[in-house]
Write a protein that binds this ligand. Structure first.
Ligand SMILES: [Zn+2]
Length: 496
């Protein structure tokens, strides 16, 4: 072994000891939320105004609200786990997907051993979170001045509500499958909201950021490759539109609205979402037509259902790619799915209301992906992930990109590896100007990183021998003109 390789190993091992030890100490105490043990009467006027809007929406069980503070993520999640106390029980979520730049700019997604999950988003000066615990869903909602309301979704209030897209609707043709490693198909979404929606929603920007993050997390959870599809926010703003009370009529009016079309063109938006607070009865969302269809890529989503009421934003957007409900007689493989895994679980495109109950999980159907060891789809029948993969680049091409392809780093392989095994990771780059410099780092939590351990286009790692051990890699690429971009991911360790 060469001396510098040995040095690298020593450095790596020392970092492991430092971070690993600190992590274990942190893990005993660090809890994400600090219960402020206060009542609504203790809120300031502006915090109370915000809180009252959430209560008035009827979407939450307000009697169970806890007013909390959110801890510093870098210290709370130093061990790779985040802990939350729910009703006297501690639930620990292990980091699964992390993108951390600073406390003001991160998304953190973790899962518990029991299949619960937690998504935290810090962006644009706001933090927001959502969690699925057992058959219940929760949201962590900002009230201002670092006070948050941890609120359980009122399932009963949505029990007769659903998507308004009828089964049997026609759809557009599939496009080419976008699986090329040097390509990233990003569907840009223009999010508009009505005055009524704005009035009912204390922090619209945070809600929109959470909806985008949930959609991307669902794509990742369903193993839709990043090259085939991810969504991004093109622009968001308030929009002059009055809800008529008929959602079907409103989505047609939206698609024909000259101002909406102009904004769509201006911001190179492939998809337009209008967030409303209309009197639409039991309808939570609708699309102009099941896609992919350039002229029909318009959808309406009720604000109180966008994120909390079981991912309605992610549901309607998927319709625009051609995804269908579980029992839609039209179509072949592009249907939602439900299954039993500790209760009835439904993927995002499964209808919400069914007499047998059940709850949605942050997955699109895919027979190759398991949830609590149960497949989340059926081959050739219930595979929304394949539909999203097949049409991702088609929809992303409706308006194209506002400029040349953005400079992006990609780790082209290595989603998982065998315990104790050696793995060679490969760097890919889109955009930017060659030649490139590469910097590889590793981590045990996706937040704190080692010094540079490799500078080649490939990077050889030896994975931990313990299946539950977290092992993260980060690739930083510097272009010849000094531009910098980076990406990171957890490599899941499996026994082979
Ligand atoms: Zn639907």
């Amino acid at each position: 072994m060469k001396a510098h390789s040995l040095l690298k190993l020593v450095v790596l091992f020392s970092i492991y000891l430092l971070v690993g030890t600190a992590g274990r100490l942190e893990a005993q105490d660090a809890s994400l939320l600090t219960d402020l043990r206060m009542s609504q009467a203790s809120l300031t006027t502006s915090q109370n105004d915000a809180y009252q809007k959430f209560v008035n929406s009827g979407g939450y069980v307000s009697t169970e609200t806890k007013f909390t503070q959110i801890g510093n993520l870098a210290s709370v999640a130093a061990s790779g786990n985040v802990r939350i106390a729910i009703g006297g029980t501690d639930i620990s979520f292990a980091a699964y997907d992390v993108s951390y730049n600073s406390e003001q700019d991160y998304s953190w997604y973790g899962r518990s051993a029991g299949g619960d999950d937690l998504l935290l988003v810090s962006k644009d000066g706001s933090r927001i979170g959502s969690a699925t615990i057992g058959s219940e869903q929760y949201e962590l909602l900002g009230l201002g001045s670092d006070v948050f309301a941890w609120m359980r979704i009122n399932k009963e209030s949505f029990s007769r509500y659903d998507c308004g897209v009828p089964d049997g609707s026609p759809s557009g043709p599939d496009g080419e499958s976008g699986e090329l490693a040097d390509q990233t198909c990003r569907a840009r979404i223009l999010v508009l909201y009505t005055a009524a929606a704005k009035a009912a929603t204390p922090d619209m920007t945070a809600r929109i950021n959470l909806a985008i993050s949930q959609t991307n997390q669902a794509l990742g959870n369903s193993q839709v490759p990043t090259s085939a599809l991810r969504v991004e926010l093109a622009h968001h703003q308030q929009f002059n539109f009055t809800e008529s009370g008929n959602m079907q009529a409103d989505v047609s009016a939206l698609a024909n609205n000259a101002s909406a079309q102009a904004l769509r063109n201006q911001h190179f938006a492939d998809i337009v979402v209008l967030i409303t607070n209309g009197n639409y009865g039991g309808t939570l969302g609708i699309v102009k037509a099941i896609g992919p269809s350039n002229n029909d890529a318009y959808t309406i989503v009720q604000t109180n259902a966008a994120t909390s009421a079981y991912f309605t934003f992610s549901h309607e957007v998927a319709h625009l790619f051609g995804c269908r409900h579980n029992n839609d007689p039209n179509g072949t493989y592009e249907h939602g799915h439900n299954f039993n895994a500790g209760g009835l679980k439904k993927t995002i495109m499964n209808v919400l209301y069914e007499p047998e109950g059940g709850s949605r999980i942050l997955h699109y159907s895919n027979p190759d992906v398991k949830y609590q060891n149960v497949p989340t789809g059926v081959p050739n029948q219930r595979n929304n992930a394949l539909k999203l993969k097949n049409t991702g680049c088609t929809v992303s091409g409706f308006r194209g990109e506002p400029g040349p392809p953005p400079f992006q780093a990609h780790i082209l392989n290595g989603y998982w590896g065998c315990a104790c095994a050696v793995k060679i990771l490969q760097a890919g780059v889109t955009g930017g100007s060659a030649p490139f410099q590469y910097e590889w780092r590793t981590s045990v939590n996706g937040i704190n990183w080692s010094p540079v351990l490799g500078t080649g286009q490939t990077f050889t790692v030896t994975l931990p021998c313990i299946e539950t051990a977290q092992y993260w890699v980060k690739l930083r690429v510097i272009s010849s003109n000094g531009q910098v971009t980076e990406t990171s991911r957890r490599i899941f360790v499996v026994q082979c």
